[in-house]
Ligand binder design. Structure first.
Ligand code: SF4
Length: 132
């Protein structure tokens, strides 16, 4: 987001209606569908509200779009669960992450240089093969 403009955090998503409510209390509805990597991304907008908005200079140069992944509710639920149990991440770091790091170090390999489960899975499968 451009400096000085409202961040996405001030737009409230309402899952029951599948809309965002902006700082001017206008309703932004799903308007455009696209891709973000392998995910479906939905852009919410309300051109008419932006045209007449008194907050426009703090929000956008033309009309505002706010994006949300089609399956972002899953991420929201995970973030809510983690917020209730912050100890879970510490436990994971101390158990799972540490074990994989130690195995890779024993095999004489460094850190994972790739992202995404598919790539990391492929690299780790090579670790097992070379370690036999
Ligand atoms: S410019 Fe549009 S999205 Fe931004 S506050 Fe105004 S009505 Fe809401």
């Amino acid at each position: 987001m451009r400096e000085g403009f409202f961040g996405k955090d001030v737009f409230r998503y309402e899952p029951d209606r599948d809309v965002f409510v902006c700082p001017a209390r206008a309703t932004l509805s799903p308007r455009y569908r696209g891709k973000s990597r392998d995910n479906v991304k939905v852009d919410y907008a309300n051109r008419d509200a932006c045209k007449a908005c008194s907050l426009k200079s703090r929000c956008t140069q033309s009309f505002r779009r706010v994006s949300r992944l089609e399956n972002e509710a899953v991420l929201d639920r995970m973030a809510a669960r983690l917020a209730l149990r912050t100890d879970v991440l510490d436990h994971r770091r101390n158990s799972v992450d540490h074990s994989f790091g130690t195995i890779k170090q024993w095999m004489g390999q460094g850190t994972f240089l790739m992202r995404r489960l598919e790539n990391v899975r492929g690299k780790f499968s090579l670790t097992r093969i070379t370690g036999i």
